[in-house]
Design a protein around this ligand. Structure first.
Ligand SMILES: [Zn+2]
Length: 261
């Protein structure tokens, strides 16, 4: 039985589908409902859509999924140790705010481990995934923190297994296509401040990560335009158009290289 911290985003939904469809695992789903996050209701809506698609395409596996346990951030206990690890980590690496709360949640529970999906990033300085790669043993569902870590603040992740840490997003897409569940993965959500509850804003951190990762071509032009306006001080729509094209081209090349390997 896997305890998965699901966000409705690319990485954790990919993990959910791998565990369910490839590994035939039983999965307990947990979602932390952050009241300050504007996307919270869109995330819940998309997760329900994903569950519906799973039931439609894999009815024989649907019983292996628990209902989603939705935990309000308002009832999460403050954990002084975790707060200290987190404050210290963010001065050194890029670490999402949610990990402070996911870790506090995990620490407050009796389960030995929770799976948290963090992808491998290429070409990103100070990414937490690069540091975690050096401080974990095992691969896929067995990937967890080493007993001796190079930085004690990494103990923030001590109750997590990190099944996607060795995979980039294009590698995940390739696995999803090979196993026939890309059509479900297309329902994921990532933006924290969606416009009209449907269009990624292009300005929040997850949007920035998607634009700067290998998946920029998946963003709407509108979203890319707002990305350029906020982060590159440019109102030129052609920059958005050319990034979308260039990213789609790079993505195809990167997939082809992986196939050759
Ligand atoms: Zn956004």
């Amino acid at each position: 039985m896997i305890n998965l911290l699901w966000t409705g985003g690319w990485d954790s939904t990919f993990r959910l589908l791998c565990a369910l469809i490839i590994e035939k695992q039983k999965i307990n789903l947990f979602y932390i409902y952050f009241h300050n996050r504007k996307s919270r209701d869109v995330e819940v809506r998309q997760m329900k859509k994903i569950i519906k698609k799973i039931k439609k395409f894999y009815p024989e596996l649907a019983d292996n999924l628990s209902d989603i346990t939705i935990v309000s951030d308002k009832i999460l206990p403050h954990n002084k140790k975790i707060d200290n690890y987190y404050e210290s980590l963010i001065s050194k690496y890029h670490v999402g705010k949610q990990y402070r709360w996911l870790a506090a949640f995990a620490e407050s529970r009796e389960e030995e481990y929770f799976e948290a999906a963090i992808a491998k990033y290429h070409n990103r300085e100070n990414s937490i995934s690069a540091v975690l790669l050096k401080n974990t043993n095992g691969i896929g569902p067995d990937c967890k923190l080493k007993e001796r870590v190079s930085d004690k603040d990494l103990l923030l992740f001590r109750k997590f297994k990190l099944p996607t840490l060795h995979l980039t997003k294009p590698e995940m897409e390739k696995i999803a296509r090979e196993n026939g569940f890309m059509n479900i993965l297309d329902y994921i959500w990532f933006c924290h401040r969606p416009r009209f509850n449907y269009i990624p804003c292009g300005k929040c951190v997850p949007c920035k990560l998607v634009v700067e990762s290998e998946l920029a071509f998946k963003m709407a032009l509108f979203s890319l335009f707002f990305y350029f306006r906020k982060y590159k001080n440019s109102n030129n729509i052609f920059k958005a158009i050319s990034l979308k094209r260039e990213s789609a081209r790079r993505f195809k090349v990167s997939l082809a290289e992986q196939v050759e390997m």
